[in-house]
Design a protein around this ligand. Sequence first.
Ligand code: SPV
Ligand code: MG
Length: 534
Amino acid sequence: MISQLEKSHNLKGLLNSECLEFLMEAHSGLSAVIAEEVGFKGLWASGLSMSAMTGCRDRNELDISEVCKIVEWMSDHTNIPILVDGDTGGVDINAARIMVNKLVKAGAAGVCIEDKLYPKHNSFLDNSGSDLANPEVHAGKIRAMKDENPEFVVIARLEEFISGLGVDEAYRRALIYQEAGADAILVHSKIKTADEIISFMTKWNDDKKQGKVRVPIVIVPTKYYKVSTGVFRDIGISTVIWANHNLRASITAMEEVSKEIYKNQSLESIESRVAPVSEVFRLQKDSEAEEMERKYMPNPSEGSALILGGKDSSSGVSVVKTLIDKDTSYLAFQTETYASRGINRIGLVVSDSNKGMSYNVDKLVVNKMHNSSEVGSIYYGLKECSYRDLPFYISYGDIAFKRTVIDRLNEDTEADIVIAVESSPSHGTHYKEYVTLDFDNTPKYSGSYGIKSCGTQEPSQFSMIGMMKVNSVVAFNAMFLESDRLRRNSNLRFIDLLKELLTYDSLNIKCVICSNHDWFDLDDSSKNRTKFDS
Ligand code: SPV
Ligand code: MG
């Protein structure tokens, strides 16, 4: 994490750099994270955007503590410097001093204060311009702020062009503010061309050529957006602020989506146009939280498991038969195999008609839609089980497997989901779920492989044995959301869920290849069950 002091230094670095630099507007932790991720080196905490985000107006309706809270969210989740829109710098000199200290604590790198009277209103409102501050009072605020914390960046913003005063008055004040200690001057303009900015820069550059010290100049081209960036470079601008475009982009997107959902009373038409929930988790760095939990939380368990108790007898396979069979209880066999690897919390999903039986498991989950959907069983199972017990194994009640299958799954600790497959697709009577892997055809029982395609048609290199490991909260959540979405379709199976999960770019799904000696399908009478005593 970069310290506040470093952030101030980095902002000074941007202001004084040889090339034209850019600050992107942000108004929330999320928009700040996005702007940093796309590559911006600094952020503008816009007063207009922060107030709009809260539903307030840009008229000092937010107090400094509220602004600081938003800035803190932004700075907590980013490493790039934040220049905060400090409006007028508060009601007076003491308010300006308090502002600096509070913003430093919130992690801001600097503040920009405009030479208007408190309470200000946005410079693009029609009636703006009649509220200029006395420049000596404004300079006093700048001096007080710099004395309070000399490292903290203070930028003085000129409102003279906004007020209809010419370049001479703007220039006169710029020198007063520079003299007071401002690290840079922001020249504001609301006309559609860069004429005012150019007239200012011509004088500024002339003075510089004569050896006079002139601080960097910052601009906000919201109204003269058609002027090419090359012009700003040519006239020696230091930094351009894209002042409100994340806010305005989000307004457009929210209006469009809200209207459409309201009109259609359905989400279907917009789903492909909105960020998937997994993207929200990614931006929140949820997997990092999960990693830390695993690192620091005492957790005697090596994970948890869910056994899907097969289908109802109506569909040909009896859950009772497969789980509690004559002399050997295959349910006990599965739970003991899990326990041998420290996996003690086990949930079992059964159909409504089988719920009265006695099962020796940690949690009994009833799939109310059991007759129709395997995906429904996965949904109910995930719903009832806690992701804190990752990794989370899922196996079908219709198989028996050795602990070596768990070990194979655990060889891949990186993938979000690891699926056990075997190389012979000839087994089984009802799990015709095949995958083609990124596999070079050398028989191997090590390593894990990505999935090129999956389906229910032979031939394919590999078939799924009915066991998998969910290794991340992101994967857990994606499976939960997708199984919820699909579960009402009858007869959907894991393969249908997998097809959906494979469309998630953010999910890393891998397969490990198991030996067909390590497991068998209880409905495959060709296999000798007695081999499974070990
Ligand atoms: C802001 O983004 O709040 C600004 C810039 O102060 S402007 O809205 O252009 O005045
Ligand atoms: Mg503002």
